[in-house]
Design a protein around this ligand. Structure first.
Ligand code: A2P
Length: 277
């Protein structure tokens, strides 16, 4: 049910360093390099997305760059994120290689992909990438409260984003609260639970009430919590569906029902099972 209280202002969120991040982005995790990735990026931009999220570890930065150029959308209108692959030693040098693959002069956001080897060692290199003008904003991913608490006192340029797995089923309330207290925007990856949450009966009931799809309800939940979401799809019609988020609102009851789906106990951790040591 369309509602005029759902406004265009929800489309961007200001970061603590003064930059703005579009609240809807296209994620390309697990999209192989090549035409599939190129097309997904181009379609998203044609359909109005202004935010693309890739990573060095995904191996598809070249295809992302091609998709960006093929879209014809001016560079300055697009928010591009890439992530430092922490098997490398030097974040600043790794970003220069990313920029060559992407065919860009800068990214809008550069984040440490996960805190391999501890949460602090890579940060000076992230700050160098920022000072060189190669990353407009810098941040982290997969950092829990314990990681942030170690990093923040060492930072000259504080992180402005923590990108984590986040959805109604992974509603990490304590991590979200800590991010808010520290001027960090929590950003949601896997907002559809990598597709698993699309089969949820609770989500389907709410979707039916609003004549929307489960994907739209899950994404709208993030937007209403002020959280940028980066759903992944390589299908044009789904990329389009996932962008129809700004012409309806969930009720307070819907939000409460979705919040209650959390299975993390409102954790302050970024992940239940770390894949690094
Ligand atoms: P596909 O890429 O084949 O379209 P997440 O963003 O949480 O990681 O979820 C991504 C998964 O959800 C992918 O498998 C993607 O499949 C699927 N997906 C994305 N959007 C939709 C949608 N609107 N409807 C159904 N499946 C979707």
């Amino acid at each position: 049910m369309p509602d005029s209280t759902s406004t265009a202002e929800e489309r961007v969120r200001e970061l603590a360093d003064g930059s703005s991040i579009p609240t809807l982005g296209l994620g390309v995790w697990q999209v192989p390099s090549g035409p599939e990735c190129e097309h997904a990026v181009r379609w998203a931009l044609e359909l109005g997305y202004r935010h693309i999220d890739t990573a060095q570890a995904y191996g598809n930065e070249e295809s992302v760059g091609l998709g960006l150029r093929e879209s014809g959308v001016p560079r300055e209108e697009i928010f591009v994120t890439t992530k430092f692959f922490p098997k490398h030693k030097d974040p600043a040098a790794a970003l220069e290689a990313s920029l060559r693959r992407l065919g860009l002069d800068y990214v809008d956001l550069y984040i440490i992909h996960w805190p391999a080897g501890g949460p602090t060692w890579a940060w000076p290199g992230m700050e160098r990438a920022h000072d060189a003008g190669h990353a407009r904003s810098i941040g982290v991913s997969n950092f829990g409260v314990d990681d942030l608490e170690q990093l923040l006192p060492t930072a000259t340029v504080p992180p402005v984003v923590d990108q984590v797995q986040f959805s109604p089923y992974e509603y990490r309330q304590a991590l979200l609260d800590s991010c808010r207290q520290n001027g960090i925007a929590l950003e949601a990856y896997s907002p559809l639970g990598t597709g698993r949450h699309l089969g949820s009966e609770a989500v389907a009931r709410i979707a039916q009430r609003h004549e929307r799809t489960p994907a739209q309800v899950l994404l709208r939940w993030g937007i209403e919590h002020g959280i940028p979401v980066i759903p992944k799809s390589t299908h044009r019609e789904r990329i389009a569906e996932n962008a129809q988020l700004f012409d309806f609102r969930l009720s307070d009851e819907d939000i409460a029902e979705l919040d209650a789906l959390d299975r993390t106990g409102g954790t302050d951790r970024a992940l239940e099972h770390k894949w690094w040591s």
